[in-house]
Design a protein around this ligand. Structure first.
Ligand SMILES: [Zn+2]
Length: 245
């Protein structure tokens, strides 16, 4: 998980159709009969997906895997939410007024979105939860990192291929759990990727300081820690703590 630089300019469809639909949802809420009918043709529109693919370098906003078919992830769940896993049912309404809100949309892989995060949106203090469009969401302290708003590196880090919450912080822990960042499939893939980088690092150590090949290999290794590469945070932490040259 890495910081996503999301531009402020809002895709056109959200400013037109999205705005109209939001107004309809607010009217329904005011009339006391919210239908929770969301138009996925708006938030799944190609204009939005294309933009998110571009700014996220085709990577999942949570696990940093490259994605072929991305899901539009509502950071704050639109229909209803769960504070923790003991809740059998969703608490409704969710953040209906943010269903077409650019700030609330991210691109994730199907596994992070559908098998892990789903409708979880835990807060440090649930009594501060925004319950309607009139409430201020900035009063909330979510326990899942929003990579478009904050730097995940402040909360999570890698030790080798193992992910952990920095100094055991609650937000890091909850994010790892809720988005499945420590799941077996990713761990296997990460390990393979890490081994290749480690091999590269060990070859660097075998060469003299001014060797041109060494310089090229260092450049290549550092490229793997850039934001457009999968698992970039893992390699960034490895270069910082382990791959010292
Ligand atoms: Zn993912």
């Amino acid at each position: 998980m890495v910081k996503i630089d999301k531009p402020n300019e809002i895709p056109n469809i959200l400013q037109t159709k999205g705005k109209d639909e939001t107004e309809n949802l607010i009217k329904e809420y005011e009339n006391g009969k919210i239908k929770f009918k969301f138009d996925d043709k708006i938030y799944r529109n190609e204009e939005i997906k294309k933009k998110l693919r571009e700014i996220q370098f085709n990577k999942c906003c949570f696990c940093e895997q490259k994605i072929e078919f991305g899901h539009i992830e509502h950071y704050r769940p639109k229909r209803g939410y769960k504070q923790d896993q003991n809740e059998k049912q969703l608490t409704k309404p969710g953040y209906y007024w943010l269903a077409y809100d650019w700030d609330n949309l991210l691109l994730s892989c199907p596994t992070c979105n559908s098998s892990y995060k789903k409708n979880y949106f835990p807060l440090k203090d649930p009594s501060k939860r925004a319950m309607s469009y009139k409430d201020d969401i900035t009063k909330e302290e979510p326990l899942i990192i929003n990579p478009a708003k904050e730097d995940p590196e402040d909360y999570i880090e890698f030790y080798g291929t193992s992910i952990r919450a920095k100094n055991g912080n609650q937000k890091g822990k909850e994010t790892i759990k809720r988005t499945g960042l420590d799941r077996p499939f990713i761990n296997e893939d990460k390990l393979e990727y890490y081994r290749i980088c480690k091999e590269l690092y060990q070859s660097i150590l075998d060469l003299d300081e001014n060797n041109q090949k060494r310089i090229r290999m260092i450049k290549l290794l550092e490229q793997y820690s850039q934001e457009d590469k999968k698992y970039s945070l893992m390699i960034k932490c490895a270069i910082r703590d382990e791959f010292r040259y």
